[in-house]
Write a protein that binds this ligand. Structure first.
Ligand code: F6R
Length: 359
């Protein structure tokens, strides 16, 4: 039940620290060793390429998963939109392995791809929140998100759970492949850092309400920008904001703005900038200057190690590969308050259903 919450979306945002702890309990044993069904690890470790397919928010979680899987396992990983692959099947490597990310386990677009995967006898894993769901039954293997039921149409805790479970998979697979990056990675510690950081962010949610009220609710449009993993989170932040607040929002790779889209920046256009990528933080600051000088209202969400005077939200320090777990929380809260303070039905945006069972 919603308990004292007006909307499930906020309840589910607030539950994310405990979801991180649940995933940690589920996927680590009493010796703090990562624990994944050995049959899954055995099967994926034979792959020369991993293909992740998903839709919407789950696709955005896959973009983060790709980065982690490649870094910790060394296996090249592709991410695609299920709806595009169903009828234009990607070119296959010799030994492919498919991962389906799906909160509901019922998304029709993903089911079409899995059917084709099964026809070709390619091994597959579904990462889902719903035990016994169709995509779980039809794939060879399942890993559960352990996020608890997600009721709000806009996905929040399933997104962070998908990232955390992909991290578990990357750790277990990388260790099996004897990768130093994976063996040296204290993921259990990182999950605890993520849980604490999320708690800090949800405890200071009032500041996001103020930003939403000041910069977003009166605006017709908005932008999210970032590079690296921040770009993946920019896409998710934009989807979240537009789907629940109806403010047309685009997520952009920060450097791409100047290749065209910057012509849309006017006085007071909100631009939310994400700055957590050590390799590009300074470059993104440059891109922020470009939109500030065209009159944009810039909201900066920066990791503690990259923060500057005047940043709107400062995120606790975390492993870059896990940073999406924290960066997304203020983005979720901005979407929530923009919707609620416009008087909209946060949990049931118009035209949307929780599970999309048509192609
Ligand atoms: C957006 C959202 C959708 C779903 C998408 C896939 O907030 O919830 O974009 O992520 O419909 O759904 P699942 O993960 O159930 O396959």
């Amino acid at each position: 039940s919603k308990g004292t919450y007006e909307f499930y979306m906020l309840k589910e945002i607030d539950e994310q620290p405990s979801v991180m702890r649940k995933i940690s309990q589920t996927y680590f044993d009493e010796n703090d060793d990562v624990k994944v069904d050995p049959k899954i690890i055995d099967s994926i470790s034979k792959a020369d390429r991993i293909y992740i397919y998903a839709a919407g928010t789950s696709y955005h979680a896959g973009l983060v998963g790709k980065t982690m899987l490649e870094h910790y396992t060394g296996i090249p990983t592709e991410v695609g939109l299920a709806s595009e692959a169903g009828y234009h099947f990607p070119m296959m490597s010799k030994n492919p392995f498919f991962i389906f990310l799906t909160q509901s386990g019922e998304t029709a677009d993903s089911r079409v791809v899995l059917k084709e995967v099964n026809k070709r006898n390619i091994p597959s894993l579904t990462i889902t929140n719903v035990e016994g769901s169709t995509l779980s039954r039809e794939a060879d293997y399942t890993m559960l998100l352990e996020a608890g039921p997600e009721i709000a149409v806009a996905s929040t805790k399933a997104y962070t759970a998908q990232i955390a479970v992909q991290a578990v998979l990357a750790k277990a697979l990388g260790e099996a492949l004897n990768k130093a990056e994976a063996k040296d990675w204290n993921l259990k510690h990182d999950l605890a850092i993520a849980a604490e950081g999320m708690q800090q962010l949800v405890d200071s949610k009032e500041s996001l309400k103020e930003i939403a009220d000041k910069y977003l609710i009166k605006s017709r449009n908005a932008f999210y920008i970032g590079r690296g993993i921040d770009y993946a989170v920019a896409l998710e932040g934009a989807l979240k904001l537009k789907e629940v607040s109806y403010i047309q929002t685009e997520g952009f790779a920060a450097a791409e703005l100047k290749h065209g889209t910057i012509s849309l920046i006017e006085k007071d256009t909100p631009v939310i900038a994400l700055i957590n990528d050590p390799a590009t933080a300074d470059l993104t600051r440059g891109n922020i200057q470009e939109v500030v000088s065209r009159g944009a209202n810039v909201v900066t969400i920066a990791g503690k190690d990259f923060a500057r005077e005047g940043d709107n939200v400062v995120l606790p320090t975390i492993n870059y590969y896990m940073s999406a777990l924290l960066t997304v929380v203020p983005a979720q809260l901005l979407a929530y308050y923009a919707s609620k303070d416009k008087g909209l039905d946060v949990d049931k945006p118009r035209n949307l259903a929780k599970s999309v069972t048509v192609e």
